[in-house]
Design a protein around this ligand. Structure first.
Ligand SMILES: C[S@@+](CC[C@H](N)C(=O)[O-])C[C@H]1O[C@@H](n2cnc3c(N)ncnc32)[C@H](O)[C@@H]1O
Length: 223
């Protein structure tokens, strides 16, 4: 799958939620739910008014903008030009968006907290997952907290592909390199990455109200 092409195309859609694939039962997620998600992220990261936050794979910045009330400044990274243009439109001066790959972006600064939300699945191999986390850690201050949130869960793969027709669809898309769900991760892979990078990881199961709780999990990393 060519993900840059995929997200650039999505970025031309009308609705802000649809641009970043935030659908619930085929409908665009509403702002109330997105605000609740931002509040939960702020709690998980223990965001403080003095914190400088790094938001990797920030998409059109809709979530970054909702996280700003909880911190001082945000730097967002995304490799989709189309989504970056949307993000930069009407962005408050405390948010800086950078069009770059999560795998090798390079900012001259370290952050108090970092988040990569609803996007880890697009790193489709163990090596890529490790590389993006390593790069986030490079940009994190000692003692910083990282949240890799809304990770597709390989333990619950059959809850997502829950019928024979869904599995056949997945199989066909896989063969044709058109599967847009990316990789389903096992928490143990995240623990292994943390061990190899010398940091501490913590699995956090999602709460029932979270829209994708049925097949996703969160993971916290402390540097
Ligand atoms: C589902 S959207 C999530 C956006 C936002 N984090 C949210 O929660 O609403 C996934 C985003 O990840 C970005 N992305 C995927 N792989 C990337 C990579 N290697 N480097 C930078 N951005 C990437 C896509 O461009 C897209 O904007």
């Amino acid at each position: 799958m060519n993900w840059v092409e995929f997200w650039d195309k999505r970025g031309t859609l009308q609705g802000a939620a649809g641009q970043v694939g935030r659908l619930v039962n085929g409908q665009e997620m509403d702002e109330v739910l997105l605000k609740k998600i931002a509040q939960k992220i702020a709690l998980q990261l223990d965001l403080k008014p003095t914190d400088n936050l790094l938001d990797v794979c920030c998409g059109n910045g809709a979530l970054s903008k909702l996280l700003l009330p909880y911190c001082k400044e945000i730097n967002g990274i995304d490799f989709s030009q189309a989504l970056m243009e949307k993000a930069k439109k009407d962005a408050p001066p405390q948010i800086h968006f950078h069009c770059a790959s999560a795998l090798d972006f390079n900012l001259p600064q370290q952050f108090d907290k970092a988040v990569l939300y609803f996007s880890f699945q697009y790193f489709e191999t163990y090596a890529e997952g490790k590389k993006v986390i390593a790069n986030m850690l490079q940009h994190a201050k000692p003692g910083a907290l990282l949240l890799i949130g809304d990770i597709t869960d390989s333990r619950k793969f059959f809850r997502y592909y829950n019928s024979l027709s869904a599995l056949l669809r997945w199989f066909k898309q896989k063969i044709n390199k058109q599967n847009n769900m990316g990789k389903f991760w096992h928490p143990n892979e995240l623990f292994k990455i943390c061990e190899e990078l010398g940091v501490k990881g913590q699995l956090v199961e999602q709460e029932n109200w979270q829209p994708y709780a049925g097949y996703r999990f969160d993971f916290l990393i402390s540097k």
